[in-house]
Design a protein around this ligand. Structure first.
Ligand SMILES: [Zn+2]
Length: 377
């Protein structure tokens, strides 16, 4: 879903340093409600009520995502943002912990929030008095407040159950993966959870299309794609165990001096730049990393004559050739940078980059496969 999320999003508010944003496609949801209500000839009063229900539902979705995000924080994992899509919310955690117990608690915290809201609504209804409640309900004229509580209870029970469907990477699937990972390797656990997730997703898509539930079909589609991507990623990370940075680093890369101007860097970018450039000080030590888009933005902002060191470059954790590749990838993901500079004897000797890792693993697998087949013949 990362690709989908990179588009425009409207910042709504921030809580505990986590920005909540509305993805542009979210507008499709109220538009769809409005369209189908007008099509059915509903009164404006009930249209407003339906839109209000959408608003309340997504407020509960935001609380669910904060359940994940704030639990992750307890394990030292930050959350970049929470984005609302028409099909639900996504909390962009810096990383998912590889420790099954931590993943379990972070995942369970989301649905637990919905269960808590539902229980609270039921308790409030009980406190209002069951007699009054049933009189209201059966004699018509149920108060707006009772209706609101009923809706809150119902929608949160639904959110709770829906998220627990074991379709990885939905919450239920993650809980399953973490439970399996307690007794088997994480890659195998992920593969099982992802296959089940894809099967459930196909069922959901088929049901959604046949029964005319476009939202369900859409959710099924995203679950299907995301399950495959996560399974591949887990396999990739696992393949890096026991490998040093030196084995997978790129020794041909783009670097430039700290006194290079933005204009010169833009020229270098055109002549064959990379996704990012390592900015090197006079002492040969890396000063930081600049994204390609940082340079383009600086040109757009009229800062072409500024030196790169004054932009300034983003601070990058420095790693060494003999460091563990698996651990360094975790650090790279936390930093949010596309690559990390590798330094040996105070000299920049390479960069570690995700794409290159992917190629390394593919080649290694291809070579491994060739060995097996030659051994068989
Ligand atoms: Zn969740």
């Amino acid at each position: 879903m990362a690709g989908l999320l990179s588009g425009g999003a409207l910042p709504l508010f921030s809580f505990r340093g986590i920005a909540v944003r509305l993805h542009w496609s979210f507008a499709l949801l109220p538009a769809y409600v409005l369209y189908s209500d007008l099509h059915d000839g509903d009164a404006w009063g009930s249209i407003a009520m339906h839109l209000g229900m959408v608003g309340i539902t997504f407020a509960c979705v935001v609380l669910h995502e904060f359940g994940h995000a704030l639990t992750a924080r307890r394990y030292g994992i930050g959350t970049k943002s929470i984005t609302l899509l028409p099909i639900g919310g996504v909390a962009a955690l810096e990383r998912m912990p590889e420790e099954p117990r931590q993943e379990f608690w972070i995942t369970v915290a989301g649905p637990a929030v919905n269960l808590a809201i539902a229980l609270l609504a039921v308790l409030l209804m009980a406190a209002l008095g069951l007699t009054a409640f049933f009189t209201d309900l059966f004699l018509g004229g149920a108060s707006a407040f009772t209706n609101l509580l009923l809706f809150l209870a119902a929608i949160n029970v639904w959110l709770f159950l829906f998220n627990l469907i074991p379709a990885f990477p939905m919450d239920g699937g993650r809980i399953l993966r973490s439970a399996l990972a307690l007794r088997m390797p994480r890659v195998k656990a992920t593969r099982i959870a992802a296959n089940l997730g894809r099967a459930v997703a196909i069922g959901g898509m088929a049901y959604g299309l046949l029964q005319g539930e476009p939202m369900l079909a859409l959710v099924g589609f995203f679950v299907f794609t995301a399950a495959g991507a996560e399974a591949r990623q887990a396999e990739q990370r696992e393949g890096l165990r026991g490998i040093t940075v030196e084995q997978v680093m790129r020794t041909l890369f783009w670097s430039t001096g700290a006194s290079t101007t933005v204009r010169q860097a833009a020229q270098q970018l055109l002549q064959g730049g990379d996704k990012a450039v390592v900015v090197v000080g006079l002492d040969g030590q890396p000063q930081g990393v600049l994204h390609k888009r940082d340079i383009i933005h600086a040109v757009e902002a009229g800062h072409a004559d500024l030196r790169l060191v004054d932009l300034p470059p983003r601070t990058a954790p420095v790693i060494a050739p003999h460091d563990d590749a698996h651990e360094c990838v975790q650090r790279m993901l936390q930093s949010g940078l596309p690559l990390l500079p590798v330094v040996q004897d105070r000299r920049l000797v390479g960069v570690l980059e995700l794409e290159n890792l992917d190629e390394y693993l593919k080649l290694r697998r291809a070579q491994g496969g060739a060995e097996v087949s030659s051994g068989m013949s």
